[in-house]
Design a protein around this ligand. Structure first.
Ligand SMILES: [Mn+2]
Length: 475
């Protein structure tokens, strides 16, 4: 009898990052997460995604938590499981390009505080914008033995995104020294049979592990994952069921059960997963009850496939139009989005390009004339400040935006002088740990407010202590 080659599929669990970012605007607190960490650590996940993306911003801005403290607590609890983060290339976790010294220091500190795998992407898939980050991770690996660089390609559709493009890009990613490759399908555009073709093309281009990250938004995610696995994908991203589906990932338990007894058997224990689901269910119910989790994001949104626009972008669009009392222009804007995207070189629509294209499309429609008003960000794109898009910019629109200014053609960060020392100076009165400078570099206003809050909290504690002991206040 022929021996069947076993090829267990690896699971990246997203409940501590993308799942709650997609469903409840990243509001899960560290306190809600920590009690389940010990159990999650026993599962045998390939990794747990728990940091980066919007979690950093939401920690500081809404939860008044230090994201670095959260990370260190995860590291303490996850003794056997790799921790993973999402990193926007030269944007780090922000919306603009940073100097290399900031990117390098962020990578160093992320790994030092407990991150094992850094998933790095660029909103234009301009690989030059990933070089500094990938190289920094590789240096850390040499130095400390820790740190893996995974390059993620933002998945999108369009004439230029052919199987040859994906195959060739996979080849270049391996050449750059990435440890693995991820297809990041933020909008749920990757449909099952296309996934089969895509993964086979990637496999022809590279030998490194292939990870598929998709969202359930359009209802096809679990089928897409299954076809990807059959085509040779090594890792899939899933979320434990109470925080799965809708705009989040496919459910972990469903994929584990589906693969059971096949050559792809993950080997994960369904009973243990079910206990983890039991833990998260009341948390899901709490957010449903307080309205943070809307049943609207839990169903299937087929518009995302029709218009090829990510779910998050659609809801932004609705609120922008509502504010302008122009809700009747919804379909005009939906038709304008692909035109603006084409003018801007047909980039994937993912943070921050999704916001830039969306806002410009709204303006074009509301002003009654295209590019009558051009946003600062659109101008930056057309000047080349975000890097190179797959297709050239529309020259007329570019001319209108930047006039006779010379567009940037090199890697944009080559033109940015080191920034760390200045940031350090600006927060010298508040700095308490090396990492503070990075929080400040990414979100200056929000981090400064947090530092002040932190000082005030401590002062309150001091005051209580001194009040009791000395009946006087410290000077
Ligand atoms: Mn995602």
């Amino acid at each position: 009898m022929a021996e069947i080659t076993k090829k267990p599929v690896k699971i990246t669990e997203t409940v501590l990052r993308d799942a709650h970012q997609s469903l409840i605007a990243t509001r899960m607190t560290t306190e809600e997460m920590l009690p389940i960490v010990e159990k999650m650590d026993k599962v045998g996940y390939h990794s747990v995604e728990c940091w980066g993306g919007a979690t950093f911003d939401a920690c500081l801005r809404f939860l008044k938590e230090d994201p670095w403290v959260r990370l260190r607590k995860f590291r303490e609890g996850f003794k056997n499981t790799k921790l993973q983060m999402l990193f926007r290339g030269q944007n780090i976790l922000g919306y603009n390009h940073y100097a290399d010294d900031v990117v390098e220091y962020f990578v160093e500190k992320s790994i030092a505080n407990g991150i094992d795998i850094i998933r790095i992407f660029d909103c234009f898939n301009d690989l030059r914008n990933l070089e500094t980050c990938v190289n920094a991770a590789k240096r850390e690996k040499e130095r400390s033995g820790k740190g893996e660089a995974q390059i993620a390609l933002a998945y999108t559709l369009g004439d230029a995104y052919t199987l040859d493009y994906w195959r060739e890009t996979a080849r270049r990613i391996e050449e750059m020294g990435a440890d693995s490759l991820c297809i990041k399908d933020m909008a749920g555009l990757l449909i099952p049979y296309e996934a089969d073709r895509l993964v086979r093309a990637l496999r022809e281009g590279t030998k490194i592990p292939i990870d598929i990250h998709t969202h359930y938004t359009s209802g096809v995610a679990s089928m897409t994952l299954l076809k990807s696995i059959e085509a040779g994908a090594d890792i899939i991203d899933t979320a434990i069921s109470p925080f799965a589906m809708g705009t989040s990932q496919a459910a972990t338990e469903v994929m584990v059960k589906t693969l059971e007894g096949t050559p792809y058997d993950t080997g994960l224990d369904l009973n243990l997963l079910s206990e983890i689901a039991d833990y998260f269910r009341p948390i899901q119910e709490k957010y449903l009850a307080n309205g943070r989790l809307s049943p609207k994001v839990m169903g299937v949104n087929i518009k995302t496939l029709l218009y090829q626009v990510p779910g998050g972008m659609l809801s932004n669009l609705v609120s922008q139009l509502k504010e302008a009392h122009a809700e009747d222009k919804y379909y005009d804007v939906l038709e304008e989005i692909p035109r603006v995207r084409k003018d801007l070189g047909e980039p994937p629509l993912v943070t921050p390009s999704s916001q830039i294209v969306g806002t410009q499309a709204v303006l074009n429609v509301l002003q009654g004339e295209r590019y009558k008003m051009i946003t600062k960000e659109t101008r930056k794109v057309l000047k080349g400040e975000f890097g190179k898009t797959i297709k050239p910019f529309n020259p007329e629109v570019q001319k209108k935006a930047i006039g006779d200014e010379e567009p940037i053609t090199c890697r944009p960060a080559d033109l940015i002088a080191p920034q760390l020392e200045n940031y350090r100076k600006e927060i010298k009165d508040y700095i308490r740990q090396d990492e503070d400078v990075l929080s400040y570099a990414l979100f200056p206003q929000v981090a400064m407010d947090f530092f002040k809050y932190r000082d005030a909290q401590d002062k309150k504690v001091d005051e209580t202590v001194s009040d009791k002991k000395n009946k006087s206040y410290p000077v």
